[in-house]
Design a protein around this ligand. Structure first.
Ligand code: OVM
Length: 404
């Protein structure tokens, strides 16, 4: 028996990284899913997957869909990476496994227990300060006042960073996530400062730059045990600074937007704050702060009736899989009654977000403080999207908080 050649290859000339699609990616993603399991993006000469079934399976198949040639559009078989590759995100087994095994216990729920009480208290202080002196209600930008402020208050301290230069973290991450996409205007916007920002980030990864009690120091201790080499340690610290800030900012933005637009779900959460974890995962499914990552076909691979040739890039639409009506009832509805597990907003398989417990703890702490003190959270203006080649994000989220 022979494999039949590809019978169909649906194509599109729509640019998923255009400002029009970044402003509202849902119509494009619906068309992508309906076109078939694999679609060719003519504009870039890459393939794409948008259905949950196929994205989920491909993310679990690390042998067939590899990360070592980069998980952005640039194919490192032919192009130089713009920075030294991540030892976690942009590698395959066996190289991937030691860094992953070192980082996983450092960010495990058990290891985070010592941070829990501090982070809950920090969230209460932040929310108190916002409501303090205000009357019955206060109007603010939930992105700058909450979604950015809270992670920047707790996460750099937990890593063990010094106090200088923390304002570099968000612009560095924003450019990094743009750089996974095509070389478009968004990448050009960040290019001017990236040398300076990278130099700062790289300097913070040195052992001497890190406090002795943070995640960074734990990574360096793994090199003392020879679980990783001393050359690997700073790159693993860099992963924390790369993946740990913008993602949680926009994850918190997602849950705050969900709550501001679903008052009945907010009351449900206030009545039962133990729903905070489900609420955050449902927000990650619904908004998918990380929208996409690429893989490369390790060998000629047939998906559905389409052949993806060996060595070619394929774009996994996490956000589309998380809104696929073939997998989810009423996928566009934000609903605390659903079981969001199985969403691919944190990825899936061996690369699945190693920091997800950190993100969940941040969300839990902030939601606990807000549910206790805030009776109503409502939009007080039109939210403004922030366009990024990889992230679904808000630039501003005007809300009114009414005291409990
Ligand atoms: C890394 C890295 C950077 C960006 C994202 C990411 C979502 C990882 O440097 O390891 O995972």
């Amino acid at each position: 028996m022979t494999l039949s050649p590809p019978a169909t290859l649906p194509t599109t000339d729509v640019d998923p990284f255009s400002h029009e699609v970044l402003e509202d990616p849902l119509p494009f993603q619906a068309a992508l899913r309906d076109a078939g399991p694999v679609v060719h993006l003519d504009r870039y000469g890459v393939y794409a997957m948008g259905r949950h079934e196929h994205v989920h399976a491909a993310l679990r198949n690390w042998q067939g869909w590899v990360s070592g040639a980069g998980v952005g559009m640039s194919n490192w078989r032919y192009e130089e990476p713009w920075r030294p590759p991540s030892l976690l995100l942009e590698t395959d087994p066996p190289h991937h496994d030691a860094p992953r095994a070192v980082l996983e216990p450092i960010l495990s729920p058990r290891a985070l227990r010592r941070l829990r009480a501090h982070w809950f208290a920090d969230a209460e202080d932040l929310v108190d300060a916002l409501l303090d002196g205000a009357g019955e209600s206060v109007q603010l930008d939930a992105m700058s006042a909450l979604a950015e402020t809270f992670p920047l208050r707790v996460f750099p301290d937990a890593v063990g960073l010094g106090r200088e230069g923390r304002e570099n973290l968000l612009p560095y991450g924003n450019h990094l996530f743009n750089a996974f996409g095509p070389d478009n205007d968004l990448v050009a916007q960040g290019a001017g400062r990236i040398a300076e920002l990278s130099a700062w980030v790289n300097a913070q990864c040195a052992r001497e730059a890190l406090s002795p009690d943070g995640f960074g120091a734990r990574i360096w201790e793994a090199s003392d045990r020879a679980d990783i080499t001393p050359a690997q340690a700073p790159l693993i610290v860099r992963s924390l600074l790369s993946a740990g800030v913008d993602t949680t900012v926009h994850g918190l933005g997602a849950i705050l937007y969900a709550m501001a637009t679903h008052p009945e779900q907010w009351q449900r959460l206030r009545a039962d704050p133990t729903l905070a974890r489900i609420a955050f995962d449902e927000a990650v499914r619904w908004e998918s702060p990380v929208q996409t990552f690429f893989r490369v076909a390790d060998t000629d691979t047939v998906v559905g009736d389409t052949l993806v040739p060996e060595g070619r890039k394929i774009l996994m639409f996490l956000g589309s899989a998380n809104r696929d009506p073939r997998r989810w009832d009423d996928p566009d509805t934000f609903d605390l009654s659903r079981d969001p597990s199985g969403h691919v907003g944190f990825g899936m398989g061996i690369h699945q977000c190693v920091g997800q417990h950190v993100a969940r703890l941040e969300a839990e702490a902030l939601l606990a403080a807000l549910t206790r003190r805030v009776e109503r959270i409502e939009l007080a203006g039109t939210p403004r999207r922030h366009h990024n080649n990889t992230m679904r994000a808000f630039g501003s989220l005007p809300v009114r908080l009414t005291r409990a």
